[in-house]
Design a protein around this ligand. Sequence first.
Ligand SMILES: *Cc1c(COP(=O)(O)O)cnc(C)c1O
Length: 362
Amino acid sequence: MIDYLNLHKINAPYEARIKQAVANTIDSGWYLFGHEVSSFEKEWAVYCGVDHCVACANGLDALRIVLRAWIEMGKLNVGDEIIVPANTYIASILAVSDNGLIPVPIEPDPYTYLIDAQKIEASLSPKTKAILPVHLYGQMCDMTAIMNIAKAHNLLVLEDCAQSHGASNRLLGDAQAHSFYPGKNLGALGDAGAVTTNDVELATIIRQLAFYGSSEKYIHRFKGLNSRMDEIQAAILRVKLHDLDNCNHRRQEIAGRYDKEIINPFITLPAKKNNHVYHIYPILCEYRDYLQSFLKEKGIMTQIHYPIAPHKQVAYKEWNHLSFPVTERLAARELSLPCNQSMTDDDISMVIDAVNSFKRNE
Ligand SMILES: *Cc1c(COP(=O)(O)O)cnc(C)c1O
């Protein structure tokens, strides 16, 4: 069988080093705010080509805390509108709502599935104060176009990099949110997240917000929260970070074979326009659910990212009547093929052969 993503296999190459790193952390007796987290913060900032990194508990918190910090800094106000992609994972949008800000969903480009920069400009209102591009599936959004719009209209830009580790070492937005959820390209063995930014004041406020709004012990400047990365997770991430580029390179090789060798009139392959690290390899098929069970019978496991768009969720009842045709078409047709470094060349060939043998009436 070919798993969609087998985390045991993904972590197996590092098992000895991870166990050693965890044992060292246990022995140190120091479990939060220690050497591992501060070292990981420095290493991740360098890897991203950004001045500052603040570790936190998960990717959703990373997004929430940046927006919260901008509110504390007076750059955003409750009720401001934030542009978000309509077809993102719901976390990007929850972070906006959670801060009393108003998410404004925008349709994606039908070929790259990334937020359509041209549509951003058409949706701006006097209340629009920020753009939240998501580098969905591992491909970078058109950040040059997005930054030009942001500059022209004085908007903040928060990039959701949860799926795009390593896709760019020139991050252009005002801040970036990262998730190290176990299934991401760089995954911890539990929850972890981080914010990166070149803005030293923002980094300082984020660090305080994530620690009860405190600047020094028992002195509280903000009504903050508690969001931190464990030493153990940081130690594990440091082991795996060394190999991230190799892993991404292997994903790109697999995607390259899919691009070239999948030939089936019932299937649309993803378009690559910008740097892509293939967190997900999304194909489209009008008969998606049949295709998924057809592949399952052949022992190939797939996933759907995402079957129900945020505007169709009960959590966003107020949007249920809205229509986003490109997003809805993606939700109905998208299927994610296995695409990760634990696959062998034979696994890849099996996926290709199985997909190529699919016919509409199967
Ligand atoms: C995974 C993910 C998140 C949330 O990350 P967590 O660490 O699970 O909180 C946010 N946005 C996107 C696009 C994601 O894929």
